[in-house]
Design a protein around this ligand. Structure first.
Ligand code: GTP
Ligand code: MG
Length: 200
């Protein structure tokens, strides 16, 4: 009886967990985004000015507002060129991708496009929601969100419109982060229903 009650309680108390991969060129602001999200989620976070380039990976378990049974496991991996070769190792295990773009780095926009294209074209990410974040929107030298959308929507043509979006954020000020999270969670939940059982 005790075991049955324990099993029922564990099942009732079970949290739904989604793995999210945070990708983007080095210096895009991936780690700053993750720490800012942790901060807004009332989790212990690193002071943003102490963040240094990521060589390995940072992982955080983040609760979703108003959804007590949903947890996001976020993987922030280094974006330096030599580290990008390791990204595909994560693809098969993730339910969603956040691709962070430095809106002020117009010089590397082509490199950024090529990098995102190679992700989108990988069979392992087929059907996975991809959220592109136009980061650093607090900076006066940023590209406008409309220009960034034009650049990335060409790539998004390979994806279903339902499963990709470009949203403006500032990881430094925290602006737009919760809206971005809410967009992603909705797609993760919808997508779960359309995925084969091993993804459930
Ligand atoms: N103004 C501004 N600066 C930002 C923002 N997000 C990140 N930065 C700055 O951009 C620099 C790089 O940020 P990181 O978070 O380390 O970038 P990353 O993408 O994790 O870089 P790698 O770990 O090397 O892949 C830091 O100096 C941040 O303070 C933002 O929204 N606004
Ligand atoms: Mg980093």
């Amino acid at each position: 009886m005790f075991h049955l009650a324990k099993g029922l309680y564990a099942n009732w108390n079970r949290k739904e967990q989604y793995s999210i991969l945070i990708l983007g060129l080095d210096n895009a602001g991936k780690t700053t985004f993750l720490e800012s999200l942790k901060n807004q989620s009332s989790l212990k976070s690193k002071p943003l000015e102490k963040i240094t380039p990521t060589v390995g990976q940072n992982i955080a378990l983040v609760p979703v507002p108003n959804k007590p049974n949903v947890l996001l496991k976020l993987w922030d991996v280094g974006g330096q060129e030599s580290l990008r070769a390791m990204w595909p190792e994560y693809y098969s295990q993730c339910h969603g991708i956040i691709f962070v773009v430095d809106s002020t780095d117009s010089e590397r926009m082509d490199e950024c496009k090529r990098t995102l294209t190679s992700i989108v074209m990988d069979d392992e990410v087929e059907g996975i929601p991809i959220l592109m974040l136009a980061n650093k929107q607090d900076r006066p030298d940023r590209l406008e969100i409309q220009d960034i959308k034009e650049i990335f929507n060409q790539i998004a043509e390979h994806l279903s419109a339902r499963d990709s979006r470009v949203l403006p954020v500032s990881s430094l000020t925290g602006e737009g982060i919760m809206d971005a999270l809410n967009w992603l969670v909705l797609r993760l939940e919808r997508n779960k229903k359309n995925r084969p059982p091993q993804y459930k």
